[in-house]
Design a protein around this ligand. Structure first.
Ligand SMILES: [Fe+2]
Length: 178
């Protein structure tokens, strides 16, 4: 995995863990470790997919299914687009958090949804149909954002404050326990 995808994934995991911790305090039943794993591994096949032309969410799904990590497989499969039933489920689950966290991280920085989608429009909005799809996705994710933060006493902008901290997963265990 190239360095820039590693840096992006570390940041997504950091955002996911942060949101999950607040959601857990507010009473949501969540597996924070699963969110962290999803954040770290969601783009694991992205580089290969650039060469093969495969959908990287699906190739990552297949990889983790083969390895027997079925819950993780389901999370990475939905990191670009969430299944409809999960979007409308009042319970917030791990796949929704990883999906949202990924939308808040541009390269390795935390940004607002509108900044992230402006960038997606420039990079992938090559036809009117694609641009329309990206705009629809933006509306969906804005709704998800509203649903997450209406349960919390922090605003969605507070995530940007994490930019000054290194993602914890970047610190190697031997550095913690020496
Ligand atoms: Fe991705």
């Amino acid at each position: 995995m190239p360095e820039h995808i590693v840096a992006h994934s570390l940041r997504v995991a950091q955002v996911g863990v942060y949101i999950s911790s607040y959601l857990k305090i507010s009473g949501e039943d969540l597996d924070i470790g699963l969110v962290e794993a999803g954040g770290l591994l969601h783009d694991i096949t992205k580089m290969d997919s650039i060469h093969t032309g495969e959908n990287h969410a699906l190739s990552a799904f297949r990889l983790f299914q083969t390895l027997g990590y079925h819950e993780l497989a389901d999370i990475v499969r939905q990191h670009v687009r969430l299944d409809q039933d999960i979007r409308h489920d009042p319970h917030i689950n791990e796949a929704l958090i990883v999906n949202y966290a990924d939308k808040r991280v541009k390269h390795c920085s935390i940004v607002t949804l509108s900044e992230r989608f402006e960038d997606l429009l420039i990079r992938y909005g090559t036809t009117p149909e694609r641009r329309e799809m990206i705009r629809r996705l933006y509306d969906e994710v804005s709704e998800i954002e509203f649903n997450i933060f209406k349960r919390l006493d922090i605003g969605f902008n507070s995530l940007n404050d994490l930019n000054v901290f290194e993602p914890a997963a970047k610190v190697k265990p031997e550095e913690i326990y020496k």
